[in-house]
Design a protein around this ligand. Structure first.
Ligand code: ASP
Length: 359
């Protein structure tokens, strides 16, 4: 096995994401660090989804809940979230609670030693003295990766989970999105030969970047990227799709493509990344919203997704339609993150055994 402690930072940086992936895995193909979507292939996604399904079934009874709570009670996790978060933070915290993992948190660097000038590298080394895993969200691209490398070269190498790294990636959101798609289509032929329409701010929406990569693991997937020209998906994603022979199209007409969609993935305008104040407000986004008229064009079997939070890009009239999947998507996040933590800490087989004997 290649491991992160075997390679210098400079050599590691020269690798493509696909080449980096093996350095982040542990025996039996489970992730050790979770940093990018590129670490997950179809079989691993299937393993995670199965584990999440078993965990949610086990968690329905009191004895099952107690079994789950005893699984990782000897480990502690640090939630290091220096960028706003509701769902990712709460679902990771709930996932830790489900597995009995006590948590600590820093959400505001103005009340930690970073305010006194401590470097990020020193901060993560400090956390690793007290915790056995760091789940981190940062506005900085690449920080989770650097932290994983730093810890791998310290005497306390502990796993890092990237809970959102700037506008770059959000791999665990993509895991919950895939889990939602798998569950939605499991009784109707599965997640193959599907058309996924992404709409909104595709330039700065990290969830779209991670999910478009994960979708390439499923045969016959087609992606349509719908955005105003100023907010269209970056060329690196399109080049990756070309390399993998995945069919895709770019469009600025949502209504025209809705009838083809099996899933419409809406996103908000990410104006926190504006270079000058009010920059995004100048873009006409009025045709990149999903309301009653768009709903009427959607196939009865298709689903509507959103990583949330939403602003006005999905009208509340859509909320109670059975195809609106965003509330369930959010709950799926808790279960798939529980599965990821359980797998990272080596509990997968114990959970399978419990499930097999009790269900
Ligand atoms: N919650 C998602 C994220 O953290 C999507 C968003 O913020 O728009 O990237």
């Amino acid at each position: 096995m290649t491991r992160l402690y075997d390679i210098s930072w400079e050599d590691y940086q020269r690798l493509s994401l696909e080449e980096k992936a093996p350095y982040l895995m542990q025996d039996e193909g489970a992730p050790y660090h979770t940093l990018y979507a590129q670490q997950f292939d179809g079989p691993l996604l299937g393993r995670l989804a199965l584990l999440a399904n078993e965990i949610r079934a086990i968690g329905k009874t009191r004895v099952g809940t107690e079994f789950l709570r005893s699984q990782v009670s000897h480990k502690r996790a640090m939630l290091y979230f220096t960028q706003p978060s509701s769902r990712t933070f709460l679902s990771f915290k709930s996932a830790c609670q489900i597995l009995g993992v006590p948590t600590g948190e820093v959400r505001d660097t103005s009340i930690s030693s970073e305010f006194k000038g401590e470097s990020r590298d020193d901060s993560v080394r400090t956390f690793s003295s007290y915790f056995d895993m760091i789940i981190m969200r940062t506005p900085e691209k690449g920080l989770a990766e650097k932290s994983a490398w730093v810890l791998s070269h310290s005497e306390r190498p502990i796993p890092i989970i990237n809970a959102g790294s700037g506008p770059d990636q959000h791999p665990t959101q993509a895991l919950l999105d895939i889990y939602t798609l798998l569950r939605s289509f499991e009784k109707h032929g599965g997640l193959r030969n599907r058309t996924v329409v992404f709409c909104g701010d595709l330039l700065r929406g990290r969830t779209v970047r991670s999910l478009s990569y994960l979708l390439t693991n499923y045969p016959g997937i087609r992606m349509i990227f719908v955005a105003p020209d100023e907010l269209q998906i970056l060329p690196d994603v399109l080049e990756m799709l070309k390399r993998k022979n995945i069919e895709f199209a770019c469009s600025n007409n949502l209504r025209a493509v809705i009838p083809e969609a099996d899933a419409v993935y809406m996103t908000r305008i990410q104006d926190e990344w504006d270079k000058s104040k009010g920059e995004s407000a100048k873009i006409d986004t009025s045709r990149f919203k999903f309301g009653a008229e768009e709903l009427a064009l959607l196939s009865p079997r298709a689903i509507i997704m959103h990583p949330l939070p939403r602003r006005d890009e999905i009208s509340t009239v859509v909320d109670n339609d059975p195809r609106a999947m965003y509330w369930r998507q959010m709950r799926n996040g808790m279960w798939i993150r529980t599965a990821l933590i359980a797998m990272t800490f080596g509990c997968e087989n114990r959970i399978h055994d419990y499930f097999r004997f009790n269900f």
